[in-house]
Design a protein around this ligand. Structure first.
Ligand code: ADP
Ligand code: MG
Length: 348
C-alpha cells in the first residue's frame, strides 16, 4: 500500500504529538497553521504557514493529503467545510461547529438527558441584572475560549460594572459548581458502537489552567461507570470519528456534570503516551485514517504535570529524571507566563 499522508490543521503541541504518533505508524504529516512559529513544525514532515481562509493554500494542502483532521477547535467552519468537499475531514465539520459554541454544546448535552451546570445565554448587560440566582457564577464567551481565557468569575451583581466586560461578545453565565474534583474521559470512536475508552483521569486546575492529571482517579464505582457511559453516548450521538475528551465536574455530593467537550486529543490524555499500549494520539490517527482498531491495555498508573512558563528552564537544563519519568519539551521558543511549555509524566 502506498504511504498515507495525514493533514493536520493547527500547529501547537497537540499537533506535535499527533505527528510523532503518525511517524510511528509510518504515516506522513502535513501541518497547516497560521502561526509561523508553530511548534509542531519541528515534528511534522511538511509545514504550511498561511491564514485559515487562504483558499489557494488550503486547496494546495488538500491536494497533497489523504485524510484531514485538526488539533484545536477554533478553525473557521467554512475552511473545514470546503476541505471536507475535497478529502474526508474527521471529526466532521458540523461536530466542530456545534462544540465550538458553548451554548449550542450545552443545549446538545442537555437534550441527551446528561447533566451540565446551570447556564443562561447573555447578549447584553441588562440580561445579567436579574440573575442573582446564578451567582456566584462564571461568565464565559460562547466562542474562542481556552485555558480560562474570555471568562469572568462574578460573585455579585454589584461587581458587573467593575469587570469591564466586552458586550460585543456573546456569553453564557454558568452557576459555579462547588467542586470536589474534576475528571475527564478520553474516548476514540472508530464507527458505530466501536470504541476504545481510557479510564477516568483526575485533573487538578489552578487559575482555570490544568496543572496535574493522574490515573487512577479517586472516584467511586458509580462515577467511574457513569462518566464512561455519558462520554460514550456523546461520541455516538455526534457520530464522532477520532479521539474526543469529555471534561466533568464532581460536586461535594458526588453529582456528576459534563463541563465541556473537546473535539480533539486533550491535555489530560498526555499520560496515555506512557501508560497505555496505544496513546490517545495514535488512536486518533488510527480512527481518522481508517486503520485497525487495537484493544486498549493499561500498562501502568501514571501522573502528568504541565510545565508552565519559565518552569521549563529547569527541565531544559538536564535535570536528573528517574527511569519512570518522561519529559516532553514542546520546543516553543518564546516563554510566556501561563504558556504550556512541556510536560512530565511519571509512571507510578
Ligand atoms: P476552558 O475552555 O478554558 O477549558 P472551562 O469551562 O473548562 O474552560 O473552565 C476551565 C476551568 O475553570 C474548569 O476546568 C474549572 O476548574 C473551572 N470552572 C469553569 N466553570 C466552572 C463552574 N461552572 N463551576 C466551577 N468551576 C468552574
Ligand atoms: Mg476546559
Amino acid at each position: 500500500m502506498s504511504q498515507i499522508t495525514l493533514g493536520i490543521l493547527g500547529g501547537g503541541q497537540l499537533g506535535s504529538m499527533l505527528s510523532s504518533a503518525a511517524k510511528k505508524l509510518k504515516i506522513k504529516t502535513i501541518i497547516f497553521c497560521d502561526d509561523k512559529n508553530a511548534p509542531a513544525q519541528n515534528f511534522c514532515d511538511e509545514f504550511i504557514c498561511a491564514e485559515y481562509d487562504n483558499k489557494e493554500r488550503i486547496y494546495h494542502f488538500a491536494k497533497n493529503v489523504d485524510f484531514i483532521t485538526y488539533e484545536f477547535e477554533n478553525i473557521p467552519f467554512e475552511t473545514l467545510n470546503e476541505l471536507n468537499k475535497l478529502k474526508t475531514v474527521s471529526p466532521k465539520p458540523s461536530v466542530n461547529r456545534l462544540i465550538q459554541h458553548r451554548l449550542a454544546e450545552k443545549d446538545f448535552i442537555n437534550k441527551l438527558n446528561i447533566r451540565t451546570t446551570r447556564y443562561v445565554h447573555i447578549e447584553n448587560k441588562e440580561h445579567l441584572l436579574p440573575l442573582e440566582d446564578f451567582l456566584p457564577g462564571i461568565l464565559k464567551t460562547t466562542t474562542m475560549g481556552y485555558d480560562g481565557k474570555g471568562q469572568y468569575p462574578i460573585k455579585s451583581i454589584k461587581e458587573i460594572d467593575l469587570l469591564n466586560i466586552d458586550f460585543n461578545n456573546e456569553y453564557i453565565l454558568e452557576k459555579l459548581v462547588k467542586l470536589k474534583k474534576e475528571i475527564s474521559i478520553i474516548i476514540t470512536r472508530f464507527g458505530t458502537n466501536k470504541y476504545e475508552i481510557y479510564e477516568p483521569i483526575e485533573n487538578k486546575h489552578k487559575n482555570q489552567i490544568l496543572r496535574r492529571s493522574f490515573i487512577p482517579a479517586k472516584i467511586n464505582e458509580k462515577l467511574f461507570d457513569q462518566s464512561r457511559e455519558w462520554a460514550t453516548t456523546i461520541a455516538e450521538e455526534l457520530r464522532y470519528i477520532g479521539t474526543l475528551c469529555v471534561e466533568f465536574f464532581i460536586d461535594r455530593n458526588d453529582n456528576l456534570y459534563v463541563n465541556e467537550i473537546a473535539p480533539r486529543v486533550h491535555n489530560s490524555g498526555h499520560l496515555t503516551i506512557n501508560a497505555y499500549n496505544i496513546s490517545q494520539f495514535e488512536n486518533h490517527i488510527r480512527a481518522v485514517c481508517s486503520l485497525e482498531q487495537i484493544k486498549l491495555k493499561k500498562n501502568s498508573n501514571a501522573e502528568m504535570i504541565n510545565i508552565i512558563g519559565d518552569q521549563i528552564n529547569y527541565y531544559r537544563n538536564n535535570p536528573k529524571l528517574d527511569g519512570n519519568q518522561y519529559f516532553f519539551d514542546y520546543l516553543k521558543k518564546e516563554i510566556k507566563e501561563n504558556r504550556k511549555m512541556g510536560h512530565l509524566t511519571t509512571l507510578i
